[in-house]
Design a protein around this ligand. Structure first.
Ligand code: SAM
Ligand code: SF4
Length: 321
C-alpha cells in the first residue's frame, strides 16, 4: 500500500490502551487524561481483524504501544494473534518496562521479537520527578529480565533541558557491555511536551563525544529513522531520532491505530478514519479495506510542529508515540 506521495506503508503502531502507571511530564498530565470507556476500546478480535487486513495490504511490522501496553489484561494473547498473522514478520512493543520482569518470558513465548524500553534517567530522584512515580528499580529490573530472556532490547531516552540532561552519559553507558541499542529521541511539542525544552540530537552527540571519545558511524537501518553510531569499546550502538532537527517524513512508512479504533495518518495531525464504527456496524473486509485505502490516500506529506494550531488535541499517551 502506498500513499499519494509514493511512500510505502508497511508499519502499523497500535495503541492498545490510553491508561498508564507512570506520569511522564512530557506525555501525560499528573491528573491523568479522561480514559476511553472500556466498551469503546477495540477488542483483541477487532484489532486482529484490522491487522489481518493491513497485512493483506502490505503491512509487515506491528508495534504495540499505549499508554502502557503491559497494563492491558491478556496482552500476550494479542501478541500471539498478531505474530501469527500471515504477512506479519515483526511484532514488537514499546513499554515503560515497569511490569516487564514478570512478563518477559510470556512475551517471548507469544512471538514478541523486541521491546523498546523508555528510560530517561538512571537517577532515582530524577526518575521520580520526571515520571511521577518511584519505579526506576522496576524498570531496570524489567530491562535486565528482558535482556537475559533473549528479547531484543532498545532503550528510548528523551533528553530535556534542566530535567535529565546531566544523566545522559549514564543512559548511553547501558550499551557499553551489552548488545542493547540506546536511542536519544528529540522531544516533540505535542500535548504536555509543548511546555518543555528538548535538547537537539547534535548537542547530545557532541556531549557524548566529549565524554566517550571517537565513534564510528554505523549503517542505518532503512526501516528506522535512527542515525546510529558506535563509541570505541561499546558493544551496542547509540542512536539519534531527530524529528525536530532532521525531519524524516519523506521516508515515513507508518500508520497508527488508537485504542478506540481511529486510524491516524500522521503523529501531528488529527486526520484519519474511524474504523471501529464501521466494524461494529458489520462492514465486510472489502468495505474495511476501502476505508483504510481511502484514508491512506490522504496521509499528509510531513509534520509542521511549528504550526501548533494544526496539531491533534490527543495527548501522546493516547496516540502511543
Ligand atoms: N508507555 C510506553 C512507553 O513509555 O514506552 C509506550 C507509550 S509512550 C507514549 C511511547 C513513546 O513516546 C515513549 O518512548 C515516550 O518517551 C515517547 N514520548 C511521549 N511523549 C513524547 C514527546 N512529547 N516527544 C517525544 N517522545 C515522546
Ligand atoms: Fe506512560 Fe509511556 Fe507516557 Fe510515560 S511515556 S506517561 S510511561 S505512556
Amino acid at each position: 500500500m502506498k500513499d499519494s506521495f509514493g511512500r510505502k506503508l508497511n508499519y502499523l503502531r497500535i495503541s492498545v490502551t490510553d491508561r498508564c502507571d507512570l506520569r511522564c511530564r512530557y506525555c501525560m498530565p499528573e491528573c491523568g487524561v479522561e480514559s476511553i470507556p472500556h466498551g469503546e476500546v477495540l477488542t483483541y478480535e477487532e484489532t486482529a481483524r484490522i491487522v489481518r487486513i493491513m497485512a493483506s495490504l502490505g503491512v509487515t511490522k506491528v508495534r504495540l504501544t499505549g499508554g502502557e501496553p503491559l497494563l492491558r489484561k491478556g496482552i500476550t494473547d494479542l501478541v500471539r494473534m498478531i505474530s501469527g498473522t500471515d504477512g506479519i514478520t515483526e511484532t514488537v512493543m514499546t513499554t515503560n518496562g515497569v511490569m516487564l520482569s514478570e512478563k518477559a518470558d510470556d512475551l517471548i513465548a507469544s512471538g514478541l521479537k523486541r521491546v523498546n524500553i523508555s528510560l530517561d534517567t538512571l537517577d532515582r530522584d530524577v526518575f521520580r520527578r520526571l515520571a511521577g512515580r518511584d519505579r526506576l528499580l522496576d524498570v531496570t529490573k524489567g530491562m535486565d529480565a528482558a535482556y537475559s530472556a533473549g528479547l531484543g532490547v532498545k532503550i528510548n531516552c528523551v533528553p530535556i533541558r534542566g530535567i535529565n540532561d546531566t544523566g545522559l552519559a549514564d543512559i548511553a553507558l547501558i550499551s557499553k557491555d551489552r548488545a542493547i541499542d540506546v536511542r536519544f529521541i528529540e522531544l516533540m511539542p505535542i500535548g504536555c511536551g509543548a511546555g518543555l525544552s528538548g535538547i537537539p540530537s547534535g548537542e547530545v552527540l557532541s556531549y557524548l563525544q566529549e565524554r566517550f571519545g571517537d565513534f564510528e558511524p554505523l549503517q542505518n537501518d532503512p526501516a528506522s529513522p535512527a542515525e546510529r553510531f558506535r563509541f570505541g569499546g561499546f558493544t551496542g550502538s547509540t542512536g539519534f531520532i531527530s524529528p525536530m532537527t532532521h525531519k524524516f517524513c519523506d521516508r515515513c512508512d507508518r500508520l497508527r491505530l488508537t485504542s478506540d479504533g481511529f486510524l491516524k495518518l500522521c503523529l501531528q495531525y488529527p486526520a484519519g478514519a474511524d474504523l471501529k464504527t464501521p466494524i461494529r456496524a458489520g462492514c465486510s473486509d472489502s468495505e474495511l479495506t476501502d476505508i483504510i485505502l481511502g484514508a491512506v490516500s490522504k496521509k499528509p506529506s510531513a509534520h509542521r510542529f511549528t504550526e501548533a494550531d494544526m496539531t491533534d488535541s490527543r495527548k501522546m499517551v493516547q496516540i502511543g508515540g
